[in-house]
Design a protein around this ligand. Structure first.
Ligand code: MN
Length: 323
């Protein structure tokens, strides 16, 4: 059932280090985006990835995915408790486990690294971000357009390794022939839109080319964060043959510092974890403070401003033409 797969990670254009990690050990695929001072982010994502790479056992489905993520959580948490240099580190993790026996794929995730599916020319986001912006979006407090540019979009509400236990979201999908699944870090999704993601995947001559196009697009869009993508495809036939394809771009663990732009001033720690309870408390407080009768006026004022702005632009245009 599983036909081809590839994984690519790139430091992006602004960061010295790459704190992302990925795992391609079929039928298991995963992505981890680490955070923490100094090199702690790399330690966190690397430890979490290692748990999956070393995974043994025959459990299947969501249970296995969940127990692997729980084990990764324990390992990162233990290390950060024992080693002061890595205190407070954490990582996102999104895992996919393909089950050839029944044609399903189990997913589990913590944080804002996403899973998508391309089927029939359409891109579908399978995961809900555990992020401040994700919570605001689901609560109807932000539009998808506002969410894309929100200044706090790197604040996540759940991470692996920051607490002894972690709440893992799991779900299962039925795979169909020719489905392509994408796991990616926010260095991709913060830089390019969903339609650009779909465009890059569809333009790719094969999975490696598609992965390269995704990374190139994220870098062209600013490359402000590490970019990691894992792609795997379901076979169009029932041959069940699995072929390993080499990564299109080798992981760049130690980029030449001279090639970095002078704007390389992005702090190592860009991600914060705010528990979802705190977000909800904040939302309830702002809800309580907001006077109900102000609702209509809040909509009308910007409209009036918009009309005035349009009139001003028209006047300006008319002035330009008469000159
Ligand atoms: Mn990131």
């Amino acid at each position: 059932m599983l036909a081809r797969y590839t994984g690519v990670t790139d430091p992006g254009r602004r960061r010295r280090r790459n704190e992302d990690a990925y795992v391609c050990v079929p039928p298991l695929f995963a992505i981890a985006d680490g955070m923490g001072g100094a090199q702690a982010g790399e330690v966190a994502s690397g430890l979490a990835a290692a748990v999956l790479e070393e995974a043994t056992g025959n459990d299947r489905g969501e249970e296995r995915v969940s127990s692997l993520i729980q084990e990764a959580n324990r390992r990162v948490y233990r290390r950060s408790s024992e080693d002061a240099a890595t205190s407070g580190m954490g990582t996102t993790m999104t895992v996919a486990l393909v089950d050839d026996s029944d044609g399903t794929i189990a997913f589990g995730h913590v944080g804002d690294s996403r899973a998508y599916r391309v089927r029939g020319g359409e891109l579908e986001q399978l995961t809900d971000d555990h992020s401040l912006v994700g919570e605001l979006l689901r609560g109807g407090r932000l539009s998808p357009e506002e969410a894309e540019t929100h200044p706090q979009r790197s604040v996540i509400t759940r991470a692996l390794g920051t607490e002894p236990d972690v709440d893992v979201d799991t779900f299962t999908v039925e795979a169909e022939p020719n489905d392509i699944y994408l796991l990616c870090s926010d260095g991709l999704t913060d830089m390019i839109s969903a339609s650009e993601i779909l465009g890059a995947v569809e333009a790719g001559s094969d999975l490696d080319d598609a992965a390269r196009r995704l990374v190139d697009a994220a870098n062209a869009g600013g490359g402000e964060d590490n970019v990691t993508v894992v792609l795997f495809q379901i076979d169009g036939t029932d041959s069940g043959e699995t072929a390993r394809m080499p990564a299109a771009v080798a992981p760049d663990a130690d980029p030449d510092e001279d090639t970095l732009s002078p704007l390389d001033a992005v702090p190592a720690v860009d991600t914060a974890v705010i528990p979802v309870a705190a977000v909800e408390e904040h939302l309830q407080r702002t809800e309580a403070e907001r006077p109900r009768r102000d609702e209509p006026r809040r909509r009308i004022v910007p409209l009036v401003l918009l009309i005035l702005l349009l009139l001003a632009l028209l006047a300006l245009a008319a002035w330009g033409v008469t000159r």
